[in-house]
Design a protein around this ligand. Structure first.
Ligand SMILES: [Zn+2]
Length: 104
């Protein structure tokens, strides 16, 4: 089953502003977040169709995925312990720490 990416129309919950979910192609698009019930919209994600990997699978494989949120602001959707959720231009402290990925 392909992975679909959804974004909260406004706000954010423990799933983050964007989350991914596996759905059959025949299933209708979600209207609300299964976690918090707020309205969500489905994002067009070709990556999810050709390479069905969730953000947590990517993280477990050692990838860091950044999603542009605003000018100079990126959300780290694969945060590891100690990582900042948002990376901001000009703020080196918000860059994901590679040392958290390399464990040996
Ligand atoms: Zn939610």
């Amino acid at each position: 089953m392909p992975v679909y990416e959804y974004e909260h129309v406004s706000g954010v919950c423990e799933n983050g502003s964007v989350f991914e979910i596996r759905q059959a192609i025949s299933e209708p698009a979600l209207k609300t977040c299964p976690h918090c019930g707020q309205p969500v919209k489905r994002l067009i994600s070709l990556v999810g169709v050709s390479v069905p990997k969730t953000n947590s699978e990517l993280r477990d494989m050692g990838f860091t995925k950044l999603v542009r949120r605003d000018d100079g602001i990126y959300e780290n959707v694969t945060p590891r312990k100690g990582d900042s959720r948002y990376m901001e231009r000009g703020k080196p402290g918000t860059i994901p720490n590679i040392a958290n990925t390399i464990t040996d």
